[in-house]
Design a protein around this ligand. Structure first.
Ligand code: FES
Length: 63
């Protein structure tokens, strides 16, 4: 499924960017060498990020 139609970014690419350290929508786009265009995808990308970042924070808290 596409997370960002303008850039042809897939959900999996956003998840991978988050796993590699991107913590904001801007960092995701920058790390994937993309630019925000229409911004329709921002809430979708943010949801994917939160989905990836919350487990990371939970793991770090458990250490
Ligand atoms: S859908 Fe992502 S910038 Fe347009």
């Amino acid at each position: 499924m596409y997370a960002c139609i303008c850039n042809g970014l897939k959900d999996s690419e956003v998840r991978e960017a988050a796993r590699c350290g991107a913590g904001t929508v801007g960092q995701v786009f920058k790390s994937l060498d993309c630019k925000l265009n229409c911004a329709t995808c921002v809430s979708n990308v943010r949801e994917i990020l939160e989905d990836e970042l919350i487990p990371r924070e939970t793991l770090m808290a458990a250490e």
